[in-house]
Design a protein around this ligand. Structure first.
Ligand code: FAD
Ligand code: DHB
Length: 393
């Protein structure tokens, strides 16, 4: 067995693990990142696309925002569509001039991997963490497997950044943590298409047939989502059916519908809300999807993950520089306050925009919420602030 020693062992090279490794490097703290998948796989994994104001600033401050500023699309509003009419929410006007940026998650991941590789800092792909041990002592260690080789990493701390299907939360005994969960009765069918977006701003729509979202990645690439029933599979949808359904759900009397083009990627994602409390057990700290999941309707998942890392990197810095554990002790409570705000916002957006196929009372409430969000300046202001900058407010 190969053995390594580091200060912080990081499980997972998603946005959370990679940003943590990078921030620790800037602070002169050594880390080893272990990632189950290949570099190619994580760089191609298409997921989120909306970066909050403060999170984009954070990436820039740590030297990971150069391409984001150059290639990211600056947005100042969103459109809400319901009852076949369009309503713009002027997010920036209502949120102190703040903007948000549309930039794919896998581009953030590529940028962070490039920095890590350029620094020559340890990042092991194709390496699955199988156990995290002794987290209740000052000498925890991780066991991992890379091909035929076993690896053990000894560390002062372990950061569980291994996402919603990860293993790190299993190192916490079930009687010390609580798991809160809500499963929604729908999924999202998402496509990436080679087609110029027919809209300048993101459109979130509630149609009788279901939810719809029009987003983009560049002036030539569109990203669109349809709310579907949880038991639907990709083979039930031909390209033409997907485009027809998108066009129908996005249609209004005066607006363009969609620009069609070859579909480059497609996937179905189930929708859940999960919170694990506490986010720390001994010397194991959970960050990102490993600790909480939001339904994607508020575009909060990646932002929330990077928000956790900001808190954890500072807490570890304070520990190593001043031998002061106060911020580490406060980590879970500090994060959970923000996590529950993001859960509330994601739940609000989800419940407002996904029609309920069975419950007409619920549908009446949803329409009232949409009218309030688009007609009341106070309600639109709350939505705008949460959308544009929830994680660093
Ligand atoms: P992840 O990005 O999941 O990274 C965790 C990493 O850990 C992965 O690379 C994984 O391979 C690795 N790992 C797991 N187990 C192990 C192990 N045992 N050993 C080593 N490595 C391990 N959010 C939005 O806002 N909008 C969206 O449209 C959207 N779409 C999504 C679609 C899908 C299919 C999923 C799963 C999530 C989506 N999200 C979306 C959420 C957003 O992408 C996540 O919140 C974000 O990826 C969280 O980052 P993370 O670093 O915490 O976790
Ligand atoms: C995108 C994803 C989201 O979940 C969202 O709310 C807005 C945009 C996107 O992938 O572009």
């Amino acid at each position: 067995m190969k053995e390594l020693r580091t200060q912080v062992a990081i499980v997972g090279a998603g946005p959370a693990g990679l940003l943590l490794g990078h921030m620790l490097h800037l602070q002169g703290i050594e880390s080893v990142i272990l990632e189950h998948r290949s570099r190619e796989y994580v760089e191609k994994r298409v997921r989120a696309g909306v970066i909050e104001f403060g999170i984009a600033n954070l990436l820039e401050e740590v030297g990971a925002g150069e391409r984001l500023r150059r290639e990211g699309l600056v947005h100042r509003g969103i459109e809400l569509r319901y009852d076949h009419s369009a309503h713009r929410i002027p997010l920036s006007e209502l949120a102190d001039g703040k903007i948000y940026t549309v930039y794919g998650q896998q581009e953030v991941v590529k940028d962070l991997i490039a920095l890590r590789v350029a620094q020559g800092a340890p990042l092991h792909f194709d390496t699955e963490v199988t156990a995290i041990e002794d987290v209740n002592t000052t000498a925890p260690y991780i066991d991992a497997r890379c091909g035929d080789e076993d690896l053990r990493v000894h560390a002062d701390f372990v950061a569980g950044c291994d996402g919603s299907f990860g293993a790190s939360h299993r190192a916490i005994p079930s009687d010390v943590f609580r798991r809160y969960e809500r499963v929604y009765p729908f999924s999202w069918l998402g496509i990436l298409a080679e087609a110029p977006p027919a809209t300048e701003e993101l459109i979130y729509g509630r149609h009788e047939n279901g939810f719809v979202l029009y987003s983009m990645r560049s002036p030539t690439i569109s990203r669109l989502y349809l709310g579907v029933r949880p038991d639907e599979t990709l083979d039930q949808w031909s390209d033409e059916q997907i485009w027809d359904e998108l066009a129908e759900r996005l249609s209004t009397d005066e607006r363009p519908e969609v620009n069609r083009g070859p579909i480059l990627e497609r996937g179905i994602t189930a929708m859940r809300s999960v919170v694990i409390e506490p986010m720390r057990y001994g010397r194991l700290f959970l960050a990102g999807d490993a600790a909480h999941i939001v339904p994607p309707t508020g575009a909060k998942g990646m932002n929330l993950a990077l928000g956790d890392v900001r808190v954890l990197a500072e807490a570890l810095d304070t520990y190593y520089v001043k031998n002061d554990e106060a911020l580490l002790d406060a980590y879970s409570a500090t994060c959970l306050e923000r996590v529950w705000r993001a859960e509330e916002f994601s739940n609000y957006m989800t419940q407002m925009l996904h029609p309920n196929y069975e419950d007409e009372f619920e549908n009446g409430v949803q329409r009232a919420r949409l009218r309030q969000a688009t007609q009341s300046r106070e309600a639109a202001t709350v939505l705008s602030r949460n959308y544009v900058d929830l994680n660093t407010m």
